[in-house]
Design a protein around this ligand. Structure first.
Ligand code: GDP
Ligand code: IMO
Ligand code: MG
Length: 446
């Protein structure tokens, strides 16, 4: 008797505790599980009506997030993907690096769509600024690396984060200071010295600088806020926040295929540092992956297809970078890599995009293991750059139906659903959304 009673009291208390916890876990995180371009922008746009705030937490204009609705395609680089929804606000968090010139172009592109940026866009004073010289340094560094170049987007991302961690950076809040120009010139002079070491021609600096200063004036007109206080207040008031990742987990500065990575923490932990939120505030972690896999830029890609199948995927999926226009390298889904990303992020729901692109392939391959130093392994080893990993594949039947007009998961072909079920079993996380086209409406909820 006594033990049953104790058990009941324990359960009641646990329920109360978890209810209370849930009310505080008001931040969900959405991020890419591969090498970027998984379709984050599209899905954030679809999910935005569920949230009061959409917040970018890392990266900068290296990102290119595509949204499509009402026949129009929009590409965002710095501005969060909730921007087209009137009833949500968008925050560019402290973890982001901002090029004011690129941001101004994005703002101008929003004008015909009657987005009231004064009402729906907020920028963290602690976000770092990308200077024209950061861009030049990015180009100089890449040129000096020759064939070992990272394949950077040349947006100045690496040098800006280097200055952030080196404690030299210029932040958005500095543009409100009377000493802004002094701070700017001090950092610029440092960069000019470095460019000299690289023997890099920086004759275009003057032109770049002029445009940059004009865009800084535009930035001054936006809502500059202490975003960590703003976001935490939203959470306290019971409003839901969606943190929008950029790049992908395999490009993370710590866990990606280093050194062929970007310069920020793209994993879920980056949302905590990039927005100033505590880990216990995070609820759902949505992990997005393509029904296949792509990578743009240099670096290892075990399941890359150097054949006509890879070409076909690139063609069907329009796999060309949203930021640089470069062709994306294409290959099959890589389970050891996905499992690694799911582990790092604590993914609670999976979202599979671009299922429509695989229509017409008689077989779909999935890499289940790697052969590595003569052993069969199911995890991502430390070194996949100097040591070769050979993917071991399992084949599944493909499907031929065009999925792009389908409006319910019940319409999806059996072999696609078998693929989905197989992935869920292997990855041990449910796939809750299947995307079958670039448009908002081509999104199937399970
Ligand atoms: P992000 O960086 O993760 O936001 O992704 P990108 O926008 O760089 O790249 C994804 C590309 O795929 C964009 O051109 C999207 O419009 C497109 N896209 C997104 N989801 C789907 C889908 O389910 N099917 C197809 N065919 N295209 C999609
Ligand atoms: P979204 O958010 C795909 C890649 C670059 C390069 C490496 C380092 O659209 O998914 P960087 O400019 O960051 O120094 O480049 O990272 N990269 C991306 N690849 N999608 C992105 O963003 C990327 N952002 C950077 O191609 O290999
Ligand atoms: Mg992209």
């Amino acid at each position: 008797m006594r033990s049953i009673f104790t058990e009941r009291v324990k359960n009641v208390n646990q329920n109360k505790i978890s209810e209370k916890l849930n009310s505080f876990m008001n931040i969900d995180v959405l991020l890419g599980l591969q090498w970027g371009d998984e379709g984050k922008g599209k899905i954030v746009d679809v999910l935005t009506p569920k949230y009061s705030v959409i917040a970018r937490f890392q990266g900068g204009p290296n990102a290119g997030h595509t949204l499509e609705f009402e026949g129009i395609k929009h590409v965002l680089h710095t501005i969060p993907s909730g921007i087209f929804h009137k009833y949500s606000v968008n925050v560019i968090g402290n973890g982001v690096v901002i090029d004011p010139v690129i941001m101004e172009v994005e703002l101008n592109a929003l004008e015909p769509f009657k987005v009231d940026v004064n009402k729906v866009l907020f920028v963290s004073r602690k976000a770092q600024l990308i200077l024209p010289t950061h861009k030049l340094l990015d180009a100089a560094s890449e040129a000096s690396k020759g064939k070992d170049k990272i394949g950077s987007t040349l947006k100045g991302i690496g040098p800006t984060y280097m200055d952030k961690t080196g404690r030299n950076g210029l932040r958005v809040g500095d543009i409100e200071s009377d000493h802004f120009l002094d701070k700017y010139n001090k950092l610029k002079d440092k960069h000019i010295q470095l460019l000299g070491n690289f023997k890099f021609d920086y004759s275009e600096l003057e032109t770049l600088e002029k445009a940059w200063m004009t865009s800084i004036d535009k930035l001054r007109t936006l809502n500059l806020i202490d975003s960590e206080h703003f976001i935490n207040k939203q959470i306290k008031d019971g409003n839901k926040v969606l943190a929008e990742g950029a790049q992908g987990s395999l490009l993370d500065i710590d866990f990606g295929s280093y050194p062929f990575v970007t310069s920020s923490n793209t994993v879920a932990a980056g949302a905590c540092t990039g927005l100033g939120i505590a880990p216990n505030k995070i609820g759902e972690v949505y992990g997005i992956f393509k029904a296949y896999c792509t990578r743009v830029g240099s670096g290892p890609f075990p399941t890359e297809l150097h054949n006509e199948v890879g070409e076909e995927i690139r063609k069907n999926g329009h796999e060309f970078g949203a930021t640089t226009g470069r062709p994306r390298r294409c290959g099959w889904v890589d389970l050891p890599a996905l499992k690694y990303a799911i582990m790092l992020n604590g993914v609670t729901q999976l979202i599979m995009t671009k299922a429509d692109v695989l229509s017409g392939f008689s077989e779909i391959s999935v890499c289940t293991h790697y052969e590595y130093k003569n052993e069969k392994i199911d995890y991502m080893p430390y070194d996949i750059i100097d040591e070769e990993v050979t993917p071991i594949y399992k084949s599944l039947p493909g499907w031929s139906e065009d999925l792009t007009g389908m409006s319910s998961v019940n319409d999806l072909p059996n072999s696609l659903m078998d693929y989905v079920t197989y992935l869920e079993k292997e990855l041990e996380v449910p796939i809750s959304i299947i995307s079958v086209g670039p448009d908002r409406t081509q999104t199937l909820l399970r």
